[in-house]
Design a protein around this ligand. Sequence first.
Ligand code: ADP
Ligand code: TRP
Length: 333
Amino acid sequence: MEPRRRVLSGMQPTGELHVGNWLGALRNMAALSVDPAFEALFCVVDAHAITVDYDPKELPNRVVDTVAIYVAGGIDPAHSTLFLQSDVPEHMELTWYLICVTPMGDLNRMTQFKDKSEQHKNNVNAGLFAYPVLMTADILLYRAEVVPVGDDQVQHLELAREICRRFNARFGPIFPEPKPRLSRTPRILGLDGKAKMSKSLGNTIGMLDPAPVVEKKLKGAFTDPAKLRKGDPGRPEICNIFTMHQALSPPDRVAAVDRDCRSGALGCGDCKKALADVMNAELDPIRAKAAELRSDKKRVLEILRDGGSRARSIATATMKDVRSAMGLTTAGR
Ligand code: ADP
Ligand code: TRP
């Protein structure tokens, strides 16, 4: 039997994931978690979360909330390894080793660093700069080959591949090269249509927003600015509502939306209402399951404990190979 290829992805414990996280990454992660061809590991990246200002008292609650949404969103903890990054200290150790083969110039080109240092002007710390190396360590530590993410992470993945090649060229073939796995809709725009949907931009639909809030937010969302009223022809290719239909509506419905938007027969109000209906139908069971898990903290901690011990055993084995390849070994270990 072919060995199963490893999948790894991570999300920050922001507490409440949004529709961009869901349609860009989480749904792919959930599908891979039950695919027998893959062994999936999913990490809540709390060590990434501390690169910006945060509340240490609140962070553990945000972790629990994030695990609840992971599982409610379809990641099956019985078939995958769901763990907390800081429970596996080897992430931090490997990060340091990888930093030492990463040129400053490569990190300087990262657009997320530029954006985040603009947003957090009074706290541009070295961790924020090294953030993509920690992400690389998350992946390489498990020798993962497939990384489900949204398209804003593709630049980080390119850097991860470059670091991987440099490390292997210098110390021997320790790591396979990871590749991003994008969903059909890898970039969901925010409600204002100006930038990607992002927690830090306040332009999101939360996965746990109640159904009427989802409907209301969609009602006010950006569409093709040239389509002012029903009857005007629209351009689905520039419309975020159409992108979300592509992610959520059945193919015949998507084809009908495309045709009727272009002809003008379908107005934006009806199109948004139809989207709200399919979105809420999918989110209803997710919201219910997330609420159940959020109130069962013991269960969530059990999932993380199990996942942490599986993740640590893989990490321990990888780090033995890494230290030995790098000459960081003594007879005593
Ligand atoms: P945020 O930008 O809201 O802080 P994260 O950076 O924590 O979100 O993203 C977690 C995952 O969700 C990553 O794989 C990222 O690529 C994906 N993702 C985030 N926002 C979007 C979006 N608007 N469209 C598609 N995927 C997204
Ligand atoms: N950097 C990712 C983000 O901002 C989160 C992340 C951390 C990640 N480690 C990862 C994603 C490993 C994929 C694989 O969204």
